[in-house]
Design a protein. Sequence first.
Length: 436
Amino acid sequence: MQLNDPQILVLVVVVGTYANVVGAAVALYLWTQQRSDRYLLFWGLTWVFGAVRHLVHIPADSLHWLRVVEAGVLLPSMFVLNSLGSYDLLPTKPWKSRYVVAGTAGVMFTYGVVANVAGRPIVMAYGLAVLVYFFGFVCLWRAYRGTGLSGHAFAAATFLAWSVWFLIGLFAFGKHVSRTIVGPLFNIPLALSLVIIAYQRRGRLLAENERKLRASADEMQTLYVRLANVEDDERRALHTELHDQIGANLAALRLELDVATSLLARDDRANTQQHLASARDVAMETVALARDLMAQLRPPALDDYGLVAALRTFAASQSARFAMPIHVTGIDLLPRPSRLVEGALFRIAQESVINAARHASASSVAIEVSAGDGRVRLTITDDGVGFDPAAPISGPDHWGLRNMRERARAVGGVLHIDSTPGVGTRVTAEAPGQAS
């Protein structure tokens, strides 16, 4: 075979340039559709450098400086990008990306210098190509074993065949292996495997997103049911409070007034005044109970003065109730968060304090309110018995924790619970200034 035949050389240049341009166009187009897939960018740039390298290879026979550029810049760049593209497809990467990039670039460009100094740039280039394509085979085969995507297996087979071809070609043709048409043709199945990989990965991503969407829809449905149950529970609790306290007092008030009316009809003024005084006491007690009940539903301080003032008022009343100091720190938030955000954060603090007193046997609780970057942060810390957040929870505190999470989510916020058995618990709720 006359590898120096001008017609063969032109054919190799045309086929090699065309195959690389097609590969680059395919890879870069796919990358514009999914920019997070960096392997597409790496392989696309590999083919860009490959197309330029084919165009300069023949003129480099007569221009030494062009051969230096080919062996010292273009070929190392191709091998760097090819290696990074193959490595990026590994499901689990044993080394950090920055080390891989720096290390691979250092090795490849050191090769470029050594190849030119040794005076055998082409033979050394294709010897290195054997190693690079075998590395690609190993990465793609591991990717196939990790993901089960057939596109990875197709690409792995292409890389393996490519490396074997260059190994055989070096022994058969020496430096003239670069002037055969076989090598450039491997770009075609590699570009095809790239298309397969891209669409299989995106199909799997779509399926995963659909699964997450279904799970999110199921979770939202559960949330709606739970919120409906919470609302029903709160109405039942309100009904109980009204019946047991307000209702009982109103019944007692009616009884006192009936007795006073009966005594007044008998002109028993002394006893009448006594029962009217008793009725007045019952009425005042009922007013106080009604105010307490309304304060529990939504403290007046929350509407009038804001979250921090409401928490201080709450802490003052609950410290006496639970015989436990509750410290509130923070400044008034300006501008004030929305009504929904203030209400949700107040309820989270209320639930946390009750949990700390009833279930954690805490001796003190600290509440801190802060703001920044348009978000409000509420932190409640206690020194109670703590618990393992990863362990299944049952009992009343189970619903309390879920209620807090749901209140945070309802206003576009998040809730984190850090707890260690025997140490204590820290509840952190963060929400935007305005409910989403």
